[in-house]
Design a protein around this ligand. Structure first.
Ligand SMILES: Nc1ncnc2c1ncn2[C@@H]1O[C@H](COP(=O)(O)OP(=O)(O)O)[C@@H](O)[C@H]1O
Ligand SMILES: O=C(O)C1=C[C@@H](OP(=O)(O)O)[C@@H](O)[C@H](O)C1
Length: 268
C-alpha cells in the first residue's frame, strides 16, 4: 500500500487569558487543524511575511535550499483563533522533520520569529504552545516561559469563526489592565472555565466589540463565552450535549462551527 506522507499538524486555539495586557497568557487547543508541507524550489519566491521570515531563518542558520510551503489551514486568518501560531509552529516543525534538525524548540522559535515578522505583539508563546502541544497552556510570554500544560475540561466548543480583524489594537491602552488580567490568569490556573469567562467578556468590552452574542450565549446556558484573542471570533463552551441552545443563538449572528478541545499530545 502506498504510504501517505502527512505534513506536520498543529491546532487552532481559543483564549483562556489574552497576554497583551499583562504578558501572562493561556490558550486552549481546539480541533481545527493546520497542515504544512515543504518542498524545495529553485528560486526563493516570496510567500507571506511570516513564512518568509521562518524559511529565511532556517536557510541562513542551516544552509538550506530555497523552499516553498504548502499550507492547508482550517483556521480563518486574523481572527483570534491562533492561525499565525498554528502556521508558524507547523512550518518550523515540518522543516525540522525534513532536514532532521533537533536543536530547535518550535513554539519558542515561533514566538521569536512572529515578533520579528511583526505578526504578533508579545510573540504569542501561549498560542504557539497550545497549537503545538495541544491541551491548555499557561505561559509568561515576556520570557518565553511555559509555566504549565493542563488537560482541557470536558466541554464542547461553539464558534462564530471570523477572520480579517478590522479593529485597531491599542497596546498601551490594553496594558492599563495588566493587573486585572494577571489576576484573571491566577483564577484561570485554578479554574479554566471561570478564567476564560472573565477574560472573554473583559476583552470584548475593552476592545469595543458587540457583546450581544456573548451575553445571549451566557444566558442560554454557556459555561463561558467571549472574544477569542483580539477577535473578532467569538466562542462559547458548554457541557457536551448542551450545545443546541447556544448554536441556535449564535446562528442569528453568522455561520456557526462546533468543535472539540484537544488533549495534550505526547512528544517523545
Ligand atoms: N493559511 C495561511 N497561510 C499563510 N499564512 C497564514 C495563514 N493563516 C495565517 N497566516 C499568517 O498569520 C497571520 C495572522 O496572524 P494574526 O493576525 O495574529 O491572526 P490570528 O489571530 O488568527 O493568529 C497572517 O498575516 C499570516 O502571516
Ligand atoms: O500577538 C500576541 O502576542 C497575542 C495575540 C492574541 O492572540 P490572537 O493573535 O489570536 O488574537 C492574544 O490572545 C495572545 O495571548 C497574544
Amino acid at each position: 500500500m502506498e504510504e501517505v506522507c502527512r505534513g506536520m499538524q498543529t491546532y487552532a486555539g481559543i483564549s483562556v487569558v489574552n497576554a497583551l495586557p499583562g504578558w501572562y497568557g493561556s490558550s486552549m487547543a481546539i480541533d481545527l487543524k493546520v497542515e504544512v508541507k515543504v518542498s524545495e524550489t529553485e528560486y526563493c519566491e516570496s510567500q507571506d511575511i511570516l513564512i518568509d521570515t521562518i524559511i529565511q531563518f532556517f536557510r541562513q542558520k542551516y544552509n538550506l535550499p530555497c523552499m516553498k510551503a504548502e499550507i492547508n489551514s482550517e483556521i480563518p486568518p486574523k481572527g483570534g483563533l491562533k492561525s499565525s501560531s498554528a502556521v508558524s509552529t507547523a512550518l518550523i516543525a515540518e522543516i525540522m522533520r525534513r532536514y532532521k534538525i533537533k536543536d530547535v524548540d518550535p513554539p519558542k522559535l515561533s514566538a521569536i520569529l512572529s515578533l520579528k515578522a511583526g505578526v504578533s505583539y508579545t510573540g504569542a508563546y501561549d498560542d504557539a504552545t497550545s497549537s503545538y502541544y495541544g491541551g491548555v497552556t499557561f505561559t509568561f510570554n515576556k520570557e518565553f516561559q511555559l509555566i504549565e500544560i493542563k488537560e482541557p475540561p470536558d466541554i464542547s466548543v461553539v464558534l462564530l469563526p471570523r477572520g480579517n480583524r478590522q479593529v485597531k489594537i491599542d497596546l498601551n491602552h490594553l496594558k492599563r489592565y495588566a493587573g486585572l488580567f494577571q489576576e484573571i490568569f491566577n483564577v484561570a490556573r485554578k479554574d479554566i472555565i471561570t478564567g476564560m469567562r472573565l477574560n472573554g467578556i473583559a476583552m470584548a468590552e475593552i476592545l469595543g466589540y458587540d457583546t450581544s452574542p456573548i451575553k445571549q450565549a451566557l444566558k442560554g446556558g454557556a459555561l463561558a463565552s467571549g472574544i477569542s484573542g483580539n477577535g473578532p471570533s467569538i466562542f462559547a463552551v458548554t457541557k457536551p450535549g448542551d450545545e443546541g441552545k447556544v448554536i441556535d443563538i449564535f446562528s442569528n449572528f453568522g455561520e456557526v462551527l462546533v468543535t472539540r478541545v484537544v488533549e495534550p499530545r505526547s512528544l517523545e
